[in-house]
Ligand binder design. Structure first.
Ligand code: TNX
Length: 556
């Protein structure tokens, strides 16, 4: 309630300054809006006419939103009565843009036309147009024509560093759907925890899913500290993961699973050390992370073989061995049964390849395959995995390090270390997702003065900077730019142990992401976004009990 009051009072000022813009309420901003005169009143009995199971499901999801806001649901019917007000969902076969829609509101009907995805998006826009005045639910008369700028609009959720329940993941999926985001990249494995049941390898959930956080770690420029000192863990059963996939699909969201390889794999190797390349381990010294435990004893995860309880790039990696490939194929086979996504994400980032320099097993493979060095070995490793995925009609996607030592022939690249990797890959004719750590790292702090903010990993990423991002780098020609499929924000959760903190780091920045991904560059306008539309959408988050960060008031 307190937060609500702060919001409403600061927004009254903003609204007073923007009277002409009161009709603009939708995020992401549609391609074109033509305002009419007057309003249409939606009453309790106003029917939604929906003619397929799919659109009826979308109508039900709309009803859930409406109920929170207005306290009632609308009846969903197969036929449109001629004489009453109605919301008509008209499915169009093969529209120009599969995600596009039109929304028309006159003095009698709301008509939404599009593919099943378009209709879902049209309903999100309709919901965002609702005003409640003196208990009456009204929407303005208008015409909207809309379609997204990019086909890939994503958020990556790291559930390895901290585990989040299926209910929480569903809540994020709900909010993503409302923002017309269409991809959840689910970071299911990392050094600090494996989060997916794999029936053939049960130790992944018996051992790799649990860590003891009493070991003091060191991360970049942070002082050594115990993050929370609590043992931590959890995983999704295959049934739960399937439930998430289905829940997301109803909201037109694809879930892309990520199984990290060959690095970020300490949790796996704690359970199955035989998959690593430890043969010449002795005398290696500490890994890339130096740490001491509570008693001041030097700790090296590589030797201790535990699931690490601290952050950073860890030294343990898979060996390029038949055993490791067979294991990964087992895992990916089960993963593909759960996730129907076209893409499977295989990580590929931050592999301390030096480890392979002193590994006999790795050196043997380098010789046998006539590879120049460890970079080419990583490339070889990933290519093997790509062959397996392609054989199963899936596409490989990985972080931009997969460019090093030669990119696998059909791979799509996620450019995170700035735009460099993305530019290089697009120029080579590969598809690209832009997710640069300069603009899309939602684990970074939202205020310059970090002492005023919850603990974050470092970096400063205010709302306006997210909003300013343009996913097409100037360096690309028009043809090359076609390879940029879209944009994604990454929420790494080293310092995000709670649901509230997750929502705080996601919102309101996810609204800016949505507009970067959906709205055509020429229509973007930060003032309209932040002063006119965002306040209304934040009230909506309030209704949904989302713990967002209240943005600084900006008065022109
Ligand atoms: C780098 S981005 C990582 C993650 C960390 C993140 C923290 C990427 C592909 N790897 O392992 O969580 O930085 O911002």
């Amino acid at each position: 309630m307190y937060r609500f009051l702060i919001l409403t009072s600061s927004f009254l000022v903003l609204f007073a300054l923007n009277i002409q813009a009161q009709n603009l309420t939708i995020i992401p901003l549609p391609e074109s809006i033509q305002m009419g005169d007057g309003q249409l009143v939606l009453r309790q009995g106003t029917i939604i006419a929906a003619y397929s199971d799919d659109t009826r499901k979308s109508a039900t999801i709309f009803n859930e939103l409406l109920e929170t806001k207005a306290g009632f649901r609308l009846p969903i019917k197969m036929a449109t009565p001629q004489s009453e007000v109605a919301i008509v969902l008209e499915e169009v076969k093969n529209p120009e843009n599969d995600e596009g829609y039109s929304l028309q509101i006159d003095n009698k009907y709301v008509i939404i036309k599009g593919s099943s995805k378009g209709i879902f998006y049209g309903l999100q826009s309709l919901f965002q147009l609702i005003e409640i005045n003196n208990g009456q639910v009204t929407v303005p008369q208008l015409k909207i024509a809309d379609a997204p700028a990019f086909g890939y609009r994503g958020i990556m959720l790291d559930v390895s560093r901290h585990f989040f329940s299926t209910d929480q993941v569903k809540k994020i999926i709900d909010l993503m759907g409302q923002l017309k985001l269409n991809t959840l990249h689910w970071h299911l494995t990392d050094d600090q925890g494996w989060r997916l049941e794999i029936k053939k390898h049960p130790k992944l959930t018996q051992v790799s899913a649990w860590r003891d956080s009493t070991i003091i770690g060191q991360y970049y420029d942070f002082k050594p500290f115990v993050y929370d000192g609590q043992p931590h863990g959890g995983y999704y059963t295959q049934e739960e993961a399937k439930e998430i996939v289905a829940y997301a699909a109803e909201r037109k969201i694809t879930v892309i699973p990520e199984i990290e390889l060959p690095g970020h794999s300490s949790a796996v190797l704690a359970a199955y050390p035989e998959l690593g390349s430890f043969d010449t381990f002795e005398g290696m010294g500490t890994g890339t992370i130096a740490a001491v435990n509570e008693n001041g004893k030097e700790y090296d995860n590589d030797i201790n073989q535990e699931v690490p309880g601290f952050w950073g790039v860890h030294y343990n990696i898979y060996g390029p061995t038949p055993k490791a490939f067979a294991f990964l194929e087992d895992v990916l086979t089960e993963v593909m049964e759960i996730f129907p996504s076209e893409y499977i994400h295989i990580g590929g980032d931050e592999v301390p390849k030096d480890h392979w320099k002193t590994s006999e097993i790795a050196q043997k493979v380098i010789k046998k395959e006539k590879l120049a060095d460890e970079h080419e070995l990583q490339s070889h490793f990933i290519h093997q995995i790509e062959l397996f995925l392609n054989k199963n009609n899936r596409k490989l996607i990985g972080w931009d390090e997969i460019l090093e030592g030669g990119l696998a022939p059909n791979a799509t690249v996620m450019s995170w270390r700035g735009e460099k990797g993305g530019i290089q890959a697009a120029k080579m004719g590969h598809d690209v997702i832009m997710t640069p750590n300069s603009h899309m790292y939602f684990d970074h702090s939202q205020a310059a003065d970090k002492t005023t903010e919850p603990l974050a990993i470092g970096g400063f990423l205010p709302l306006e900077k997210v909003y300013s991002y343009s996913p097409i780098p100037n360096e690309l020609t028009k043809e090359e730019a076609k390879h940029v499929l879209g944009v994604q924000a990454n929420l790494w959760t080293e310092y995000i142990p709670s649901v509230n903190k997750m929502e705080y780091f996601l919102f309101p920045r996810a609204f800016a992401l949505a507009e970067v991904a959906w709205t055509k560059a020429g229509n973007k306008n930060f003032d309209s976004f932040s002063l006119e539309r965002l306040p209304k959408r934040l009230l909506n988050l309030e209704e949904k009990n989302v713990f967002f960060r209240i943005p600084e008031a900006k008065i022109n």
